[in-house]
Structure formats: C-alpha cells, structure tokens
Design a protein around this ligand. Sequence first.
Ligand SMILES: Nc1nc2c(c(=O)[nH]1)N[C@H]1C(S)=C(S)[C@@H](COP(=O)(O)OP(=O)(O)OC[C@H]3O[C@@H](n4cnc5c(N)ncnc54)[C@H](O)[C@@H]3O)O[C@H]1N2
Ligand code: MOO
Ligand SMILES: [Mg+2]
Length: 427
Amino acid sequence: MFSVEQAEAIILEKVQPLDTARDTEVVDLLGAMGRILATPVTSQLDFPHWDNSAMDGYAVRYADVQGCSAEKPAILAIVAEIPAGYQPQHTIQPGQAARILTGAMMPAGADTVVMQEVTKREGDRIFIYSAPEPQAFVRHQGAFYKAGEPLLPAGIALGATEIAVLASAQCTQLSVYRRPRVAIISTGDELVTPDRALQPGKLVDSNQYALAVLVAQSGGIPEMLGIVPDEPEALKSTIAKAIASADMVISSGGVSVGDYDYVDEILASLSAEIHIRAIAIKPGKPLTFATFSQSGEISSSPPSPIPHTLYFGLPGNPVSSLVTFWRFVQPALKKLAGLSQSWGPNFVQARSQQELRSDGKRESYLWGKLQLVDGLYEFDLAGGSHSSGNLINLAQTNSLAVLPVDVKFIRPGEMVKVLQVGSPLLN
Ligand SMILES: Nc1nc2c(c(=O)[nH]1)N[C@H]1C(S)=C(S)[C@@H](COP(=O)(O)OP(=O)(O)OC[C@H]3O[C@@H](n4cnc5c(N)ncnc54)[C@H](O)[C@@H]3O)O[C@H]1N2
Ligand code: MOO
Ligand SMILES: [Mg+2]
C-alpha cells in the first residue's frame, strides 16, 4: 500500500499534459473564459500606446513651471485643448500650455502635466501656483509593457484579468487547449438513477453527478456513461469503450475485495498497467490507478489518437469517491488539461475548532468548513457521522482537515493542515 505522497507522485508522473500543437482549438475572447492558453501571447503594441496624461490638467514644458509658487505663479498661454481620443495638432512652445484630460495623448513639446487643482484659468491663460516634479503625471509609452516582450505565457487559465489583457492587446482569436474528455462510470447492481423509484436494497447513484460536476469544474468535459451492473462482460465493454474515446476514465465502486469487485481484473484483462491498488488514506483506501498505452483491445481500428489514457478506479463509498477525486484526480486532471502550474492541491494551516480524531493508521481526511477569522484560518468540523457512506453532512463543506499517519488527535485550538476543496479551475 502506498502512502498518499507516494501515490500522488506516481500519478502525477504518469500524467502527460495535452499536446501544444495537436490538442488545441481557437476561441474568441469570451469563449476563452476558464480555458487554458496553449500558445504564449506577445503583443506588437506598447502599453501605454502613447505618452498620455494621468490627470485632468495642463500639459506644459517643465522648464516653464520649475520654481513657480503661490506667490510667483507661472503664467502660460493655452494653445490647444486635448480630450482623450484625439491626436494633438500643436507643438507646445516655451511659454505655452495645452488643456489636457485624463488619458489624452501628450502634445509634442510638453513633458509634464500640472493637475487642475493647483491652477486657475483666466480665458486663454493658465496660472500655475505649485511646481510639479519633472515629468509629473505623464504615463510614458511602453512603461507598463514593451512591444515584443512576453505578454502572457502558455499554460495559464484565462479569467477576467487575463481576458482584459488580451482584449486590450487586440488578441481576439486565442489558441487554447481542448478540454480533456473524462468518461465517468458508476458500477453496482444496487444503483439506480435519481428519477427511479427506490426498491428495497437499492441506492441512488450520486457519484456520477458529483464526479461530473468536479470534472467540469476542473476543466474537463464529463461524459457520463451511466450505471453498469456488477457483470464482468458489461463492465469490460463499457470500460473498453471509455478508454477508446476518453483522455481519462473515472469509475466508482468495485475496487475493494468483495465478491463483485471486478474493476482490477477487468483492467488487467484489457492490458492496463496498474500502478496503484491501494493508498493509506481514509477514506479512500481501495483506489486503483492505471494507464493504457493504447486504447485497449476493441479500439485498434481506427487507432485512437490518444497516446495514454489514465484510469482512476475510485472507491464506491460516496465520500471516498469525492475525497480521492479532490486529493488525486483533480491535480492530475488540471495537469492533463495543460495548466503549467498551480494544479497541485491547495493546503493551508488552520486552527481547529474541535477535537479531530483518527486511528492513526492511514492519513485521515475529515470534512468541514474553512473560514478566515481576523486573518487566521479556522477549521470547523462537520457535525454528524464521518462515515465514508454519509454524504449528507458533506454538503456545504469546503475543506478537509488532514491528520497524518500516527497522529491520533488534534486538540481544539491546535493548528491542522487543511486541504481546500471544491475550488474551480481559476482558484
Ligand atoms: N473486507 C473488506 N471490505 C471492504 C474494505 C476492505 O479493505 N476489506 N474496504 C472498504 C472501503 S475502505 C471502501 S471505501 C469500500 C470500497 O468499495 P468498492 O470500491 O468496492 O465499492 P462498492 O463495493 O461497489 O461500494 C461501496 C459502497 O459505496 C456505494 N456506492 C457505490 N457506488 C456508488 C455510487 N455511484 N453512488 C453512491 N454510492 C455508491 C455502494 O452502494 C456501497 O455502499 O469497500 C469497503 N469494504
Ligand atoms: O476508504 Mo473507505 O473510503 O475508508 O470507506
Ligand atoms: Mg466493493
């Protein structure tokens, strides 16, 4: 059985990000929301594009206003009015000034802006009562960014700020990675869809929905393949179909030691390389991680373009499925999707509000709520049962407190490592 760290390293080492050349598509600016940039972007524009004024005031020659004061104002002739959006037509000569508004282009000859508040205008003359610094309130061309320098690197997720930068650089067509296709399979004779009447002994398939949401939030396209009964042939053909079309397959259930837990033997019969069969994590111990170098035996014609399909056989208990998704699948999916960094899990240190308990045998994940109180994170353990079969008290939780192996309790008020979960791609 692998430790959590060993398992994480094995999984991430096997994840090959999508291909920069082959796995991309072109989208427009709004279509880029939440997508991952596949090609670095460079602009041919300087930012600012031109020297311009940062204030409403007067564009002057510094030499004309140097040393002026309330007692001895500089008096200049106003020879131009320059609103934002217009190219100045005058060159400012000694003794002259231009009325200028915020964002307007600086006129030739002027090198400094005097803000309106230290001036008084009388007709076409301006009285300046306070000496500015040389070049005051001028935003110089190229001061923020010089044409040709890298603007945005590949491998970043695009949100409001990046899309604003791209819009201002007039990059309206963007190359982004396609979203990885993630097939989701629920296994078990007991499972029914949420719209079916519950017969005795049955259980609603909640994992399919939880995993579809998590996949979409992590940048993938969920392909819900539904419920497969505990019949080896049915399971084998569904898994074979899934690995032929998806970049990643996630099944839940059927990975433990029960009489109807078939996933591992089916993966072996489909020539998977099984890297992990169990991890010392609670909940989530019986987790299978495998890779397919081709797409299995039914997919040889035509050959799949996907070089490497990742397979996660998550444990069926609802909380175990979610915890293992957050801890192992989400970083793998973000890496696969092309994020160059920040795909790792987000841990913070928080003060526990309650006593936290574990048997110390496996790394334990206890769910609850993380919040910032006076600049310090506090972790509030969810009330009710922490059975891996109880998903009811998982609603509204946003984090998992982590108790390492051999740590049996954390006292109230002690600091604990906490994994933030449910975070969308852009967090
Ligand atoms: N003798 C042992 N028994 C079990 C062990 C063990 O080490 N020795 N491990 C336990 C642990 S820990 C877990 S976790 C589960 C994992 O079991 P499986 O992955 O084989 O899952 P199933 O047996 O198919 O189902 C377990 C449980 O989860 C419910 N389930 C399954 N799929 C769904 C779904 N899509 N939506 C909602 N709930 C689902 C299922 O009805 C069962 O109650 O094994 C323990 N046993
Ligand atoms: O790993 Mo199981 O998830 O402890 O219930
Ligand atoms: Mg089982």
